[in-house]
Design a protein around this ligand. Structure first.
Ligand SMILES: N[C@@H](CCC(=O)N[C@@H](CS)C(=O)NCC(=O)O)C(=O)O
Length: 194
């Protein structure tokens, strides 16, 4: 499989997952000019123009973090409970992050005004609080084991830290703790953002 990624972008969630799932893969970096590091036009690979994109190994391209994370989990049998409430909670939290939290950062990435950023930060804090409540005193978001939800939450918290968006203290502690997870440390180092 080939994972198309941009360093520090939301594709990092899929990157962490593919490493944690121990699936053989190759990484190809995509630049802001939408050229791959090998010089290919990324728009021809993923007409949506954004990362992540996963080549399933036969040239088939899968896009959207949620779908890629699920694919990785199903293919490896890791990072997602096979059934039961833990499975649905992990999917619920991941969908919440790919939509509600990710998009909450828009003013920071699209030259928003200070007022727009302040409003966005308020909304993000409220959403992160929901996840802090869910985390409670557990090691990972859905319990003691890493799931696809943690892969995404880690990236959202990295963005918050980088952009100065406040988050509940328990999530800052979780973010620091997660940096030591072998799959996360490996992905950060491979992307050159450790
Ligand atoms: N809906 C997509 C969003 C992907 C996305 O926003 N990717 C960003 C990086 S975080 C990107 O590649 N942006 C470049 C662009 O839109 O030109 C998903 O959930 O995978």
């Amino acid at each position: 499989m080939i994972l198309y990624y941009a360093p520090g972008a939301c594709s990092q969630a899929s990157h962490i997952a593919i490493v944690a799932a121990e699936l053989p893969h190759r990484l190809i970096k995509v630049g802001r000019d939408r050229r791959t590091e090998e010089g290919a036009d990324f728009n021809l690979i993923n007409p949506k123009g954004y990362t992540p994109a996963l080549d399933l190994g036969d040239g088939t391209i899968l896009t959207e973090n949620l779908a890629i994370l699920l694919y990785i989990a199903e293919r490896s049998g890791k990072l997602l409970a096979p059934s039961g409430l833990e499975r649905w909670r992990a999917l619920e939290a991941t969908a919440f992050m790919t939509s509600e939290i990710h998009k909450g950062f828009t003013p920071y990435f699209r030259n928003g005004t200070e007022a727009e950023k302040a409003l966005a930060a308020q909304g993000l804090y409220a959403r992160f609080e929901t996840l802090a409540h869910q985390l409670g005193s557990q090691r990972c978001l859905i319990g003691e084991h890493l799931t696809i939800a943690d892969c995404y939450l880690f990236v959202m918290l990295s963005w918050a830290a980088l952009l100065g968006v406040p988050v509940p203290v328990s999530l800052s502690d979780y973010h620091e703790r997660m940096k030591a997870e072998p799959a996360i440390a490996h992905a950060l180092s491979a992307e050159g953002v450790a």
